[in-house]
Ligand binder design. Structure first.
Ligand code: UT7
Length: 331
């Protein structure tokens, strides 16, 4: 019998209706549309405004979209992984609530957190369950309500982030399609440069910290930018070399959407033409764990069975990596 690989067989996505444009940000902080567009490529982002709705709302909507499109029976799902950096609550996994709400009553579930690399790492984890031969349907959701941890008085961060969710279904494949190889890394040096310091176990939140916005995201953008440019390109090159792929073999670059200049730098490093670079940062900004599955949703109709997709991501921690996946279906 041929080897079992883990293929993506369905995708779904969701973004909230509320649109926060660059123009609107001009009234909130000292910035302008021209600066944001040229420095990041972002024109607008979506924000989940409704009180009491958290990341699970985005995750559930994305998963329901996948279920509706694919016709899969939720009772057949065996595992639900929610990749997120913004769980609904502490001590209660977002995944358990999400799985129950979508009717995946026969599944176990867990959250997976690796900042902006959460979904990429999640692809690695989800595929291992499939490759083991023990599981046949693993739902991986990437969702983040970033607006819950952003200071809308800090122009260094509020222009970048948005809210959204995306989902993919992993199933066994015996035609050699699906996840082929991965190159994942992390370096704890990064946490000084991108963090929400208060509200975790090291520094529980205090009224003083909240007053100083220290429970919200701080980013030394320049340092993160430099590390992202170097490392995302580096792993993309390594994964191509290790799999003896030339740039002509690459159908699509599916890169984390944090800054268009970082994505362009990665594409340039592997000499990939612009038409093969998936891009939706202009519409959604950086949706953290949702960027990769939202790209797959937006480009699903263009993907063909056998296409070689190179995923790449970089995020807080630092965490980063690249995955080589062969697309498994024509839509
Ligand atoms: O997904 C997780 C990983 N995150 C990332 O990958 C994000 C990485 N970092 C970045 O994308 C970029 O560093 C930013 C978009 C955050 C900032 O862009 P930059 O080109 O690195 O700008 P900078 O921080 O070096 O600032 C350049 C100038 C500064 O002014 P001076 O000192 O030159 O006078 C900033 O004060 O731009 C100023 N500036 C702004 N001006 C208008 C910073 N933010 C803004 C703003 N609007 N929003």
């Amino acid at each position: 019998m041929s080897k079992i690989s883990a293929a993506i067989t369905a995708v779904g996505g969701y973004v909230p209706e509320y649109v926060l444009t660059n123009k609107m940000l001009e009234d909130m902080v000292d910035t302008n549309d021209e600066w944001i567009t040229t420095r990041t490529g972002i024109k607008e982002r979506r924000i989940l405004k409704e009180e009491g709705k958290g990341t699970s709302y985005l995750a559930i909507k994305a998963a329901q979209n996948l279920i509706d499109k694919s016709g899969i029976d939720p009772l057949e799902i065996e595992l639900v992984i929610v990749a997120t950096a913004t769980p609904d609550m502490k001590a209660a996994p977002t995944s358990a609530y999400t799985a129950t709400q979508i009717g995946a009553k026969n599944a176990f579930s867990f959250d997976l957190e690796a900042a902006c690399s959460s979904f990429l790492y999640g692809m690695s984890v989800a595929s291992k369950y499939i490759e083991s031969g023990k599981y046949k349907k693993v739902l991986l959701i990437g969702a983040d309500k970033n607006s819950s941890m952003i200071n809308y008085e800090d122009r260094a961060t509020c222009i970048i982030f948005g809210d959204g969710g995306g989902a993919v279904l992993f199933e066994p494949n015996q035609e050699g399609l699906g996840l082929q190889d991965e190159f994942l890394r992390s370096d704890g040096i990064g946490r000084d440069f991108l963090q929400a310091k208060y509200g975790g176990s090291s520094y529980p939140s205090t009224p003083e910290a909240i007053k100083n916005h220290e429970h919200q995201v701080f980013q030394d953008g320049k340092t993160v930018f430099k590390n992202a440019v170097f490392n995302m390109a580096d792993v993309a090159v390594k994964i191509l070399e290790r799999n003896k792929l030339t740039v002509n073999d690459v159908s699509w670059l599916v890169a984390h959407q944090a800054n268009k200049r970082i994505i362009d730098a990665t594409a340039n490093r592997i000499e990939l033409e612009e038409e093969k670079v998936m891009m939706n940062i202009q519409k959604y900004g950086n949706t953290t764990s949702a960027t990769l599955p939202l790209l797959l949703c937006d480009y699903e109709s263009k993907l063909k069975k056998g296409d070689n997709l190179i995923f790449a991501a970089f995020g807080g921690g630092f965490t980063w990596g690249s995955i080589y996946l062969k697309w498994a279906y024509n839509s």
